[in-house]
Design a protein. Structure first.
Length: 229
């Protein structure tokens, strides 16, 4: 596991749990609005698993879960082994993923290593390649991951970070066809961390976000706005 950092305590990353968040290095997407760009191109820092497990052992009476994020965690070849060790400490595990490696997600589920999955839906089908900045994009991988997660039997959510310069009404018309009506879905407002891949991007105004919300809610009733001030 290439672990680049960890947040010792979060009340936000894992719904219903006091958790720690672990950041892995590397990603197979190049989203212009990525707020963790250092984890993609310059994942130089490395934290040992020994340090992580010593921390988790000490915090067992305070924390109940961990969130593994990135970067893209499913790129880590020893992700399952890491999760198995986390399980021995009694922690719940949440995975953040872009969904481009459905077999990995399926394998982790089959091994009973996941309790919660949060998958980013980057855009509508017709805009996915542009928003991820990937040539020869295989949208079938995204479709497969959505299906796997919806039928997983564990808690999950789908979410889209909305960027004024990248998204339009059409994205949300298409997304409403990608996800089943039972699924929880969040529209998140973009925030510039100061470390994004493409400077100059901006958030949509609240009226626009509410317009997108109404488009989605017509077919996906469990849709909510997140990060709106």
């Amino acid at each position: 596991m290439h672990i680049c950092g960890y947040q010792k305590t979060t009340l936000l990353d894992y719904p219903g749990h006091v958790a720690a968040t672990i950041f892995t290095g590397g990603c197979n997407f190049r989203c212009p609005f990525c707020h963790n760009s250092d984890l993609i191109f310059h994942p130089t820092s490395h934290i040992s698993q020994e340090e992580i497990f010593a921390f988790l052992e000490k915090r067992k009476n305070i924390l109940s879960g961990i969130c593994i994020t990135g970067g893209e965690p499913t790129l880590q070849p020893d992700l399952a082994q890491f999760m198995e060790k986390v399980r021995t400490l009694g922690y719940k595990i949440k995975l953040d993923t872009n969904g481009y490696r459905p077999k990995i997600i399926s394998d982790l589920l089959n091994q009973k290593l996941l309790d919660y999955i949060a998958m980013d839906i980057k855009a509508g089908y017709s805009n996915y390649s542009k928003v991820c900045d990937i040539n020869n994009f295989n949208i079938e991988s995204i479709k497969n991951s959505i299906s796997i997660i919806e039928n997983s039997g564990i808690d999950y959510e789908f979410r889209t970070t909305v960027v004024k310069e990248l998204h339009s009404k059409r994205d949300f018309e298409e997304i409403s066809e990608m996800i089943s009506a039972k699924s929880p879905y969040y529209i998140q407002s973009f925030k510039d961390s100061g470390n994004i891949l493409t400077p100059g991007l901006s958030a949509c105004d609240t009226d626009t976000l509410n317009q997108y919300l109404s488009i989605i809610k017509a077919k996906l009733p469990n849709t909510f706005l997140r990060g709106i001030e």
